[in-house]
Write a new protein. Sequence first.
Length: 152
Amino acid sequence: MPCRKRTPDEWQGRVVEKSHIPVASDSGFSLVETIAALAILALAALPLILTATNTASATRRLENRMLARTVAENLMAFELVRPDLVPAGEQSGVSVQMSVPFDWTVVSGPAVAGGLQNIDVQVRYANQPEVLFRLNGLRAVPYGLMPDRVVP
């Protein structure tokens, strides 16, 4: 006898035979399918995690370059408004911005005809050779402070 769909009224009062209950033989995922899906998810998530890590690292490097720029601009501003004649040569020191130590070097050139003096500022991480930021500028030497012998 072919199986047909019965209404709830037809089922009342009857003993339900096992052959009439619909049973899905392939319900859910097997353990192997679940493990395979998790492995694929892990492989897909790995590049996302690496991208997030690289982005955080690049952001930190950019922030430190901006801090080095602030150090260089502060040093250059001080050198440009300095009232005395800066002797030609090199000065160096350490500056800390937002708990990050930076080594800086200010190289002053000799005063040239016209009352200009070249100033070069370099900023790097403390105890590191790589220059993070560099500024170069000209300073007008006050007339009364011009040395007798200037470089033509």
